[in-house]
Design a protein around this ligand. Structure first.
Ligand code: SF4
Length: 365
């Protein structure tokens, strides 16, 4: 059975759909087996609003101060057709960027519709591939299939084309001090850039060109240098992040199959039935959710209440492959529960671990 847009609209209820961005996609790959997140994201549900409605709100995202500082820095770098950025690319990175053409794909005339903007991105990328025309493409609107659903990537990057090859440039507001930036922030930026590189590669492939040859795996992070507002550009090789992203996206639970099995009447509208609706869709909580999903406090409380092995950490759940509850794990370890055929090996290891623990405790006594 194939899912249709009305199925997703019904699940979302009356709220407007939320679009994916590179941050949510890179976070999505952190827990690809979670049906709850897969369904809510595919339907464009505002998970933050849902979590708050259920009494499990969690402060996510940047502070207003950081957002304002980021916007100011980005506007500075992109002013006058990206003049500062061009200086950086030419001087700091030694790139021979010739006279440039600058295209802002943020809006097409007065039309800011995503389909229209994506169509324009596609057209200009095609023109660049075929004729070499165009250098800087600001706000390209890209598309990526997530669990069988297309997601539009909100544009906050620049694609620059040089010698028939595209490079992604991300403007970030975290500082590079003495050539060093905080590793966590660089890693997060690299994961997000990988989403853009993958989406651009898919577009290039659709247009009949070699994606690896035409879209560089090296991206440029443009950040404020030291304690000033002067920008600096750092090349980052995102091949490891790209490999993880592709693998995880391929493994993402197919949303169509899950939605087909849900009761027809469920909806994530912010009403009285919301909690029951959320619980209807299976979750795979792991402590990593705390840094990547707005539903984390709700799912953690649920996992603890039902003694889910995932609450103990992903490695514990993986080691116990197929044993979802702590109660079952203990019963198998004590030999009071006969394992099914597929759990026989896990049960044997649990019994061995229990015996070793008993012997160790007896040795101490
Ligand atoms: S917090 Fe909940 S919904 Fe989000 S990924 Fe984790 S288990 Fe899934």
């Amino acid at each position: 059975m194939s899912m249709t847009a009305p199925d997703l609209d019904r699940l979302r209820g009356v709220a407007a759909p939320r679009n994916h961005d590179a941050r949510t996609i890179s976070a999505l790959t952190a827990n690809p087996g979670c049906a709850r997140r897969g369904v809510m994201d595919a339907a464009g549900v505002d998970k933050d609003a849902v979590a708050r409605h259920l009494g499990f709100g969690v402060p996510f995202g940047q502070s207003q101060f950081a957002i304002t500082r980021g916007n100011t820095f980005e506007a500075q770098v992109k002013a006058d057709g990206c003049a500062e950025l061009l200086t950086l690319l030419r001087d700091r990175l030694g790139l021979e960027v010739p006279e440039v053409a600058y295209d802002d794909l943020g809006a097409v005339g007065d039309n800011e519709g995503r389909e229209v903007r994506h169509a324009r991105t596609r057209k200009l990328v095609q023109r660049a591939l075929e004729t070499g025309e165009g250098t800087l493409f600001d706000h390209p609107l890209l598309r990526l299939d997530i669990a069988g659903r297309p997601a539009y990537l909100e544009p906050d990057v620049i694609a620059f084309q040089l010698g028939g090859r595209f490079h992604i440039v991300e403007v970030k507001s975290f500082a590079v001090i003495d050539g060093q930036a905080e590793a966590d922030q660089v890693a997060a930026a690299a994961r997000q850039s990988a989403v853009y590189v993958l989406a651009l590669r898919r577009l290039v492939a659709e247009l009949g060109h070699d994606p690896v040859e035409k879209v560089a795996h090296e991206v440029f992070l443009v950040c404020p240098e030291n304690f000033s507002n002067r920008p600096t550009a750092t090349p980052v090789d995102i091949r490891p992040q790209l490999a993880v992203l592709e693998r995880q996206l391929a493994r993402l639970t197919r949303v169509d199959t899950i939605v087909a099995q849900l009761p027809e009447e469920i909806t994530f509208d912010l009403g009285e039935a919301l909690e029951e609706a959320v619980r209807t869709v299976e979750a795979r909580y792991a402590p990593e959710c705390m840094s990547s999903c707005e539903m984390a406090f709700f799912c953690r409380a649920e996992a603890r209440a039902c003694g889910a092995t995932g609450a103990l950490g992903r490695s514990v759940r993986d080691d116990l492959g197929g044993v979802d509850s702590v109660e079952t794990a203990l019963a198998l370890a004590e030999g009071v529960l006969e394992p099914s055929e597929d759990l026989a090996e896990t049960a044997g290891q649990l019994r061995l671990a229990a015996r070793l623990r008993r012997e160790a405790l007896a040795g101490v006594a």
